[in-house]
Design a protein around this ligand. Structure first.
Ligand code: IPD
Ligand code: CA
Ligand code: CA
Ligand code: CA
Length: 262
């Protein structure tokens, strides 16, 4: 076990250095001209910074862990078909719309698995220079300070965070979830949303997400005692997109009761 903690500490310290580099570079580059392009539709933005940050992570991972497979949103990694061996999931800038329009409330995220087992994850709120990092055998830390396990809470007593589009188009029972909660919020960044739940500021976060949107949040949530699952109850497959719910146990159960009535 001692060896394991040494291995995880080295991993954590290495990635925290990459994050510090990314934070400094992104906050400097954000003051300069950023090139914005659209991908699948007019709301799906990508910038030169998204690409540069992913290229940075891919070369850093290749040096540190040469045999690993890397699944990155912007396509600089590998075609990952299975979770055998070392697998890294990378979302260089999460909340690109916030990055472009607000210059705040965007994240950078990495998740690391060994033979499909969640090992470590990192979510950084870049503008706030705040990082939640850790894993199931390591504990979860906020800027190096150990976080305590989540206190249970029911849906009606707290905030839920939802993705704006699903709420707007009344999909997956999101409007019923919003009505049943004390309040609801939409942040435009999966990473920032996960951070709010991890810090106990909200009871739940639900959104349709791609693997790199939820891999890190899932690992950190499970490691701190939150429940994570797909909203339709099917097992989570981290290589597939799905509607993922992370919540305190009580809120998770309340949402599942609502979903069963749809
Ligand atoms: C997006 C954000 C957003 C969520 C979208 C994601 P990106 O990530 O996390 O909150 O609603 O589904 O695609 O594309 O900005 O990394
Ligand atoms: Ca994107
Ligand atoms: Ca994302
Ligand atoms: Ca992204």
């Amino acid at each position: 076990m001692g060896d394991r903690i040494t291995h995880l500490t080295k991993l954590d310290q290495t990635v925290l250095k990459w994050l510090a580099d990314v934070q400094a570079t992104v906050m400097k580059r954000i003051q300069q001209k950023v090139t914005v392009e659209t991908k699948s539709n007019y709301r799906d933005l990508v910038t030169n910074i998204d690409r540069e940050v992913e290229q940075y992570y891919v070369s850093a991972i290749r040096m540190f862990d040469p045999h690993a497979k890397i699944l990155g949103e912007e396509g600089f990694g590998d075609q990952v078909k299975d979770m055998k061996g070392h697998v890294w999931l990378v979302d260089p800038i999460d909340g690109t719309m916030n990055f472009v329009k607000q210059k705040s409330e965007f994240a950078t995220m990495l998740a690391y698995f060994e033979d499909g087992k969640p090992v470590m994850a990192w979510i950084m709120d870049v503008a706030q220079n705040e990082t939640i990092h850790g894993g199931p055998d390591y504990g979860v830390y906020l800027n190096g300070q150990l976080m305590s396990k989540q206190v249970d809470s029911q849906l009606a007593t707290g905030l839920v965070i939802l993705s704006g589009a699903r709420l707007l188009y009344e999909e997956y029972g999101f409007s019923e979830i919003a009505k049943s909660a004390l309040g609801y919020r939409v942040y435009g960044s999966a990473g920032i949303s996960f951070m709010h739940v991890l810090k106990g500021q909200a009871n739940a976060y639900a959104s349709y997400m791609k693997p790199w949107d939820y891999a890190a949040g899932m690992i950190l949530s499970q490691s701190i005692g939150l429940k994570v699952g797909t909203i339709d109850g099917t097992p989570v497959n981290v290589l597939l997109s799905s509607v993922i719910l992370t919540a305190t146990q009580g809120t998770f159960d309340d949402i599942m009761v609502l979903e069963a009535k749809l």
